[in-house]
Design a protein around this ligand. Structure first.
Ligand code: ADP
Ligand code: MG
Length: 363
């Protein structure tokens, strides 16, 4: 059997650059070499693309041969910016990107891959963009009748009149709120606010990352996550729970603190688990998900009320990350999960390329 040529894309310009390298290290370690030829493509923090080498650590790829992928239709071949000949391995059948956050998860990379006509793992341009923007995502979830955390959006250019903004927010949501940039990940720029005087500094901090800021009522909640797999239909894993000793699931709790616990399956009763799984699939459909997603919930402690917190189109992908662990516990081991995601990318591309692009009168 011909081996499929997979471009593994990692790094990126977002604050999640290092996280992406960790995800790529796991994916590279588990992709079946009998089935795939792997080309490593690193995006450096400045946005430049570099060819990696299988014999060097992934970080080192950031200084490798500078390359690009032309956006011309049918362009499946990486080219050297210095005009050098690159080996045959630079021809690609499918792209597996584990670039999180801005520039990787927000539809812009997906746009390039669409133009180039290369199949790629995960959501398309629209799904990626709306899942990245927590504010737009919440509007669509609400329109689909799905439960979201009560909150409101503040534009950064209104912060000049800070006192008025703070008054209005406290009037609407109370003093216990979460403040977050609309387009960000890994809890960067997010604050838990418990008092009036902390609100404006939190808004200003979030405004460093985005011009659009979400302020939400702080829910005293357990955090439950569900992994999704599929184009149509979409399958849901069993739910897992995250327990952290931090005030919330912040950057350190995610990547630094060993004491953060992932409980799989989440210790909740079956009917609640099934309801959460059902909502996860509905959320993915509402947000134009494809291939994979991780849907994160807040389960209010006192009431068991369920809120959808967010949907991630490129969730953390290390072998120790929630997304692969949930599938493993649901019967799909990590290497088989990678195979399935690549198949789904090819399936989606086949279906899309079969659609008419010109007006054909029907008889
Ligand atoms: N409204 C909220 N109520 C309670 N906790 C929240 C709320 N919003 C966010 N959090 C906490 O902050 C964390 C990060 O927020 P999230 O919206 O998931 O952003 P990110 O995309 O950075 O993961 C969540 O995992 C949760 O611990
Ligand atoms: Mg989150």
């Amino acid at each position: 059997m011909e081996r499929l040529r997979v471009g593994l894309l990692f790094g990126g310009r977002s604050v999640e650059h290092e996280v992406s390298i960790a995800s790529a290290t796991s994916v590279l370690g588990a992709l079946d070499r009998d089935r795939y030829d792997i080309t490593l493509i690193a995006i450096a923090p400045d946005g430049s693309w570099h060819l990696g080498s299988p014999t060097r650590p992934l970080e080192a790829a950031m200084t490798g041969e500078e390359i690009s992928l032309p956006a011309n239709p049918g362009s499946h071949t990486l080219v050297s910016l210095a005009g050098r000949d690159l080996e045959a391995a630079t021809e690609l059948d499918v792209i597996f990107s584990v670039i999180h956050g801005r520039g990787g998860e927000d539809g812009s990379l997906q746009g390039l891959l669409e133009l180039a006509g290369i199949p790629y793992v995960g959501a398309g341009v629209l799904g990626s963009a709306i899942q990245m923007d927590k504010e737009v995502a919440k509007r669509l979830l609400a329109a689909a009748g799905l439960p979201i955390t009560p909150g409101t959006c503040v534009r950064a250019n209104r912060l000049g009149d800070g006192a008025a903004v703070v008054d209005a927010l406290i009037e609407e949501l109370g003093t216990s709120v979460f403040v977050k940039p609309a387009n960000q990940g890994s809890s960067v720029g997010i604050s838990k606010v418990e008092s009036r005087e902390d609100l404006l500094p939190a808004l200003r901090d979030a405004a460093r990352y985005d011009t659009k800021i979400l302020v939400e009522r702080a829910i005293d909640a357990r955090e439950i996550e569900v992994a999704l797999l599929g184009n149509d239909p979409i399958e849901a894993s069993i739910p897992g729970e995250i327990r952290t000793r931090h005030a919330f699931y912040d950057y350190d709790a995610k990547y630094v603190d060993d004491a953060t616990e992932l409980l799989i399956p989440a210790p909740i009763d079956d009917s609640l688990a099934n309801e959460i799984r059902r909502l996860a699939v509905e959320a993915a459909v509402a947000l134009e998900s494809a291939g994979l997603a991780r849907v994160d919930f807040l389960l209010e402690r006192d009431t068991d009320q369920i809120f959808i917190n967010e949907v991630n189109s490129i969730p953390g992908f290390t072998q120790g990350s929630m997304y692969p662990l949930l599938w493993q516990a649901s019967g799909i081991p990590y290497p088989a999960l990678l195979d399935r995601l690549i198949e789904l990318a090819l399936e989606r591309h086949r279906i899309h390329t079969a659609l008419e692009t010109r007006y054909e009168p029907t008889r």
